[in-house]
Design a binder for this molecule. Sequence first.
Ligand code: PEP
Ligand code: MG
Length: 584
Amino acid sequence: MTFSIPGLAVARGIAIGRAVLVGSSRVDVAHYFIEPHQIASEIDRVRHGRNAVVEELQRLQGEMPTDAPHELAALLDVHLMLLQDEMLTSGVKHWITERLYNAEWALTTQLEVIGRQFDEMEDEYLRERKADLEQVVDRILRHMKGVPAPVAPPVASPRRKTQQDLLLDDTVDVPLVLVAHDLSPADMLQFKKSVFAGFVTDVGGKTSHTAIVARSMDIPAVVGARAASQLVRQDDWVIIDGDAGVMIVDPSAIILAEYGFRQRQIELERERLARLRHTPAVTLDGCHVDLLANIEMPGDAAAAVAAGAVGVGLFRTEFLFMGRMGNLPDEEEQYRAYREAVEGMQGLPVTIRTLDIGADKPLDKQHRDDSLNPALGLRAIRWSLADPAMFRTQLRALMRAAVHGQVNVLFPMLTHPREIAQTLAQVRLARAELDARGVLHGPTRLGAMIEVPAAALMVRHFLRHFDFLSIGTNDLIQYTLAIDRADESVAHLYDPMHPAVLRLVSEVIAECRLQGKSVSVCGETAGDVSMTRLLLGLGLKSFSMHPAQILTIKQEVLRSDTRKLAPWAQQMIDGEDAAPPQAA
Ligand code: PEP
Ligand code: MG
């Protein structure tokens, strides 16, 4: 029976495919596709893990004191029984052999399948055995962590399938749609290499970092779809409507035909927009606008160039540091990554932001921040200043990369004048360290993110110390309106058009223009076509966004007249709910 699950639209487009559920294990596991020749070794890894747990439990049984509670012995028996269960072993083998899931993914998928059967049991005692099964699988996963896993092979992205393709080809090469309770930004990066046509999560807000990485993958995505991962079953046919923010499960033939048609229209629109690639972004009244790219990995530079970006406005370097179990990249590794991005941009400027770890971007699941308000805690520049050696390692790598092209270094979340002074002192020290080692380095322009209200309010002080500013609207909205950007339950209050936010953005832009310094917006509003005219009206001339959004924004710029937009933008700041001027 067809039903739909509403959520928040985060990445546009339509995906039609079969659901792949990703179980949310308490252990940090990787999910990736293996090559057929790895099937036997993956099955072996599970067998070894399981045998190790069996031995461990048998040893515990043997060592159990005679006066131990009877329930404890019974529990160990249950765990041993679950470990030998045929459904677990044969199910895991099935996912590895038939779907080419890696061992950990196969285990968590089968856990989900059996777990649902437990949920449906009448008998309460049996229903509660689900928790035992989860413990047993966690134990196997922990054992397997000690066994090196093969490196995930990158798989080429499939061509987007139309409804016609699907009807002709129901069994082979069907697009896969990922459905999960939650995915960390690091998980998303892992999936960036894979073949998914779209994804849905139960939790998350529109500008959560998971949503941001999804957008960078340019595949339809819906977050905050509440119980999606409970309601959808492995292999269900689903449609993701990334424009409306809804997932349709088990669609009827008529719905499939309608969405197939829309998919084709989107494809045609993309082809039409591609013609704008070499057209300069100039408004009707002759204002030149810079459209820059946001990237997460050095390899993303290729997509930025292909989309016609005039540079990188934000390279979020934290993704180089995440999911490495504390083994952070050294100066050499970072230098190579930054150099790759700089060279990939073929002479265009690259703005690289120093580490912005913390809040919804933990280094890895082991280091989850359990402080009361992580978004107000040790995050971004605060983290870097708390670990100056790590900070200077990154700064040195950036200065070395600047030998190969124009590098702008951007500092996230600066708030206090004292932090500015400390940051600049570290920059001087890093340069002196390179000089002392006799290592070649290049000149860098230094910039600050404006993403907390305090920074916006003291923009003049910032401009005394920095060459350029970049407004991070994702956080500026979060901190101005006191709305957690990652919390779907308050997503309806997260308002980029709130007059207080617009006032702060407008004042920062105006002050930069007055002082002849460059300013851009690199938050998600820069790539949101419904915000383009308002930002132009506020005087913005530089927008940084995911490469996939550049051509849509360029089309809007080409149709705009900033002379007509400025008075309307002023009305919006004054809190008047005015409609945008016609033909502007
Ligand atoms: C922002 O806050 O707008 C921004 C660009 O930084 P991030 O989304 O990485 O926090
Ligand atoms: Mg930010």
